[in-house]
Design a protein around this ligand. Structure first.
Ligand code: ADP
Ligand code: S3P
Ligand code: MG
Length: 177
């Protein structure tokens, strides 16, 4: 039986946004298991459609081509009863986010700079969309603004385990506590 995000009956999906390393993919799948929702990781979806790794696309074709592709695939997603974990750069696509938000409750997994650095290590090998010369601090500030604007709900993730975060999201989104 499917549980509905009953605090938000007009929304049939849950959409995770946030910095790379914030936990969108791992917490998204745990949330889907907990709620009997299905799960879609947009990064995995793009790779499956493109038959190549995101890192390869970014390295060989550059970030602008990657962002165009990401927008194309974000706009194709038409689902119900799904936890959708986006890639960290999805918020650069206004059209893509508007499309997801039509039926999706957008959850921003917010995390501080120190935790991100610990989790990401060398982000140049993780395929992060960052402009030449842009510092990670600048990227962090730019992205946080976009995630906050896109979000219906902000979840502060620092110092919390994945399981604690799933419980918190279920309470805020599914049981209305
Ligand atoms: N709350 C958490 N506490 C500790 N480690 C976490 C937490 N959330 C995610 N992680 C770890 O951080 C890494 C990045 O998580 P991932 O889900 O891939 O992030 P994203 O999809 O946002 O880039 C993974 O190794 C994951 O296990
Ligand atoms: O933030 C980014 O620029 C990106 C994050 C990645 O996803 P995760 O946020 O799941 O790591 C992936 O979409 C791509 O490599 C670009
Ligand atoms: Mg991910």
């Amino acid at each position: 039986m499917k549980v509905c995000p009953n605090k938000f009956p007009e929304k049939s999906n849950v959409v995770m946004v946030g910095m790379p390393g914030a936990g969108k993919s791992t917490i998204g799948v745990l949330l889907a298991k907990e709620t009997s929702f299905d799960f879609l990781d947009v990064d995995v979806y793009i790779q499956g459609q493109e038959h190549r790794r995101l890192q390869e696309i970014i390295d060989l074709e550059g970030i602008e081509v990657f962002k165009e592709l990401e927008e194309k695939y974000l706009c194709q997603i038409d689902v119900d009863g799904i936890v959708v974990s986006t890639g960290g750069s999805a918020v650069y696509s206004k059209k893509g986010m508007q499309s997801l938000a039509q039926k999706g409750l957008v959850i921003f997994l917010k995390i501080n700079m120190q935790t991100l650095e610990e989790r990401l290590g060398d982000f140049s090998t993780r395929g992060v969309v960052i402009a030449p010369g842009q510092t990670f601090e600048d990227l962090f500030a730019e992205r946080n603004k976009l995630y906050s604007e896109a979000a219906d709900i902000v979840i502060e993730c620092d110092g919390k385990t994945q399981d604690e975060l799933v419980v918190e999201i279920v309470e805020k989104v599914f049981t209305g506590k």
